[in-house]
Design a protein around this ligand. Structure first.
Ligand code: ASP
Length: 582
């Protein structure tokens, strides 16, 4: 090694030793007679000191040329500092430099490489390799590494085996568009990049691998949304001869272990909730359970009193904001404007204030007596001091809007603490959903998900009512993982493809390999996949998955550093048999 110690290592006990350090210049302070350089590497920061009259003249002269981010190698004696810095682990000492060599110079970096930087997002992404020198960014990746290595140890202990599956494949139906790769050798033919290794992991079960996992890159060509990445990583798993309960037990264990090892948080046993319950009580299949604020349905108490908005609504439903009766007119108006924004889409907001003196005041006093409002308050379990917020309209849309309002109120009231973690398993999703646009059913999870064993008969009579043997893990309102018990019989899989509107030929063409495999002794199997990036963000207390990726793309799918996507030259297009037409 070119060094004897790292920049984070030296303590008082090293005083008197001669050491060699290497690293980057974080800061230079030249006070004339004295010169200090803070030398940084990924392990920490050490103060170097040069003193006129003591340090050799040529060493001092050279050191004076050092600028930010120069790479140095220095040798000197560890000495106790007069002015200690208790914020630095190495703050008790400094190194009195004797020999100095500049291993490489650096241009002035485009932004400050410290915990707080002056660099904007785009600039930091363009120079991501410099951004990665900053502690908070590096820490994100250290957390990711820890999560990956803990995951591997846990799954290895549980007799899982990591198997790599190919990236150049054919479409996998996870509901997004595929990224495709043109074949040079077979003009007009394309590979697709995997949206997930779903079919391969199922085939590994047919092969008898029993328990598979892979920390794997997946690719989905979706419209760009904040905090979506076209490529992302999954902890992808599959097991043979298991029921839903087995999968739940093993993977609840994994998540519990990750929280314990990285956050020292014991999540305990995860509660279970049905999809129906989640939708009814939270308007969302990813409920944030850090706070209660459950929905109360009010149709029976509100209709038939002449208020047309409620009378004509499929659903009248509300939440109770504890302690918000003191909201001013202005605050309530702001909430009304908030729910009326196109992203939320509600037509209006009805409120009832349960004043601390026990009186009730609503925005619909014209239609409802105080007695009526009391009955509503009862339904909500509201107390004096509370504010009830009510929406009405078509059931699904109204639930969705109220769910947004609930989360908004949760934020307003400070109920969504990043350091509190509330996991929940969601079960009994519908198997399929009718799509008006394409006039077809489509699979809620994916076409390989098995129907609930009691609902198989519904596939023929009332597919929309059949439940899937699927499960999601949700933490703090984010879906961190999901999976299902799979179909393992060719007949049932055919039936499913049929239901989803695949012709026999289409199904055979696209998934013949899997259907064929099901005829050679496919074991019952099931699995799950976790979004690694999201898991890192939750464990790291951040809203952005980008903070946990070494080289992420921006919100419009561009990598600003390598400048891609980008055009390819005519020659390459020709070779691939492609022509750009627009
Ligand atoms: N392949 C599924 C997904 O990517 C997960 C699973 O069913 O195991 O969501």
């Amino acid at each position: 090694m070119l060094r004897t110690h790292t920049c984070g290592e030296l303590r008082k006990s090293h005083v008197g030793e001669t050491v060699t350090l290497t690293g980057w210049v974080q800061r230079v302070r030249d006070k004339g007679g004295m010169l200090w350089i803070d030398l940084r590497d990924k392990f920490g920061l050490t103060q170097l000191v040069f003193e006129e009259g003591k340090t050799q003249e040529d060493v001092l002269k050279q050191a004076r040329k050092a600028g930010r981010e120069f790479v140095l190698s220095v040798t000197g004696k560890v000495s106790e500092r007069y002015a200690k810095n208790d914020k630095l682990p190495t703050g008790d000492i400094e190194v009195v430099v004797e020999t100095y060599s500049c291993l490489n110079e650096s241009k002035v970096p485009p932004f400050i490489i410290e915990d707080e930087t002056d660099g904007g997002e785009d600039l930091r992404m363009k120079y991501r390799y410099l951004d990665l020198r900053r502690n908070p960014v590096r820490k994100g990746l250290e957390l990711r590494h820890k999560i990956m290595s803990e995951t591997r140890s846990y799954l290895n202990e549980q007799m899982f085996m990591e198997v790599e599956t190919p990236y150049l494949i054919k479409s996998t139906p996870e509901g997004a568009r595929d990224f495709v790769v043109p074949s040079r050798i077979h003009h007009g033919e394309f590979y697709a990049l995997p949206q997930s290794p779903q079919t391969f992991k199922q085939l590994l079960m047919v092969s008898g691998f029993d328990r598979y996992y892979q920390i794997v890159r997946c690719f989905r060509d979706e419209d760009f949304r904040a905090d979506r990445q076209p490529e992302f990583s999954q902890i992808d798993c599959e097991m043979s001869f298991v029921t839903r309960e087995d999968v739940v037990e093993i993977f609840e264990g994994l998540i519990r272990r990750l929280f314990l090892k990285t956050r020292n948080v014991d999540l305990g046993t995860f509660p279970h909730m049905s999809y129906d319950e989640a939708m009814k009580s939270y308007g969302n299949d990813r409920p944030d359970l850090r706070f209660e604020m459950k929905f109360s349905e009010l149709n029976h108490l509100t209709q038939g009193k002449g208020f047309n908005v409620f009378d004509s609504a499929e659903l009248v439903v509300g939440i109770n904001a504890t302690g918000c009766a003191e909201y001013t007119r202005k605050q309530v108006d702001a909430l009304t404007d908030w729910v009326k924004r196109p992203q939320i889409g509600a037509k209006g907001l009805v409120y009832v204030k349960y004043n601390s003196d026990g009186t009730l005041k609503s925005s619909v006093d014209k239609f409802y007596s105080e007695e009526d409002l009391k009955a509503w308050a009862n339904e909500f379990g509201a107390k004096p001091g509370d504010l009830m917020l009510i929406l009405a309209g078509e059931a699904n849309a109204t639930r969705k809007a109220l769910s947004e309002l609930r989360l908004h109120m949760g934020n307003e009231l400070g109920l969504r603490d990043k350091n509190v973690f509330k996991p929940v398993w969601i079960f009994d999703f519908p198997l399929v959903e009718w799509d008006e646009e394409t006039k077809r059913y489509h699979a809620i999870h994916h076409p390989f998900t098995s129907p609930h064993k009691d609902d198989v008969h519904l596939l023929e009579t009332e597919p929309g009512a059949a439940r899937a043997n699927a499960y999601d893990v949700v933490i703090n309102g984010s879906e961190i993982g999901g999976g299902s018990i799979r179909i393992h019989s060719r007949d049932l899989q055919n039936k499913m493809f049929d239901l989803l509107g695949f012709s026999k030929e289409e199904a055979q063409k696209q998934f013949g390999f899997l259907l064929d495999a099901f005829e050679y002794g496919a074991p019952p199997h099931g699995g799950i996949a976790f979004g690694l990036d999201r898991l890192c963000a939750i464990l790291g207390g951040s809203d952005s998955i980008r903070d946990f990726m070494a080289f992420p793309k921006n919100n419009s799918g561009r990598d600003l550093m390598i400048d891609t996507p980008s055009a390819i030259d005519q020659e390459q297009l020709k070779e691939l048999g492609l022509k750009i037409t627009s």
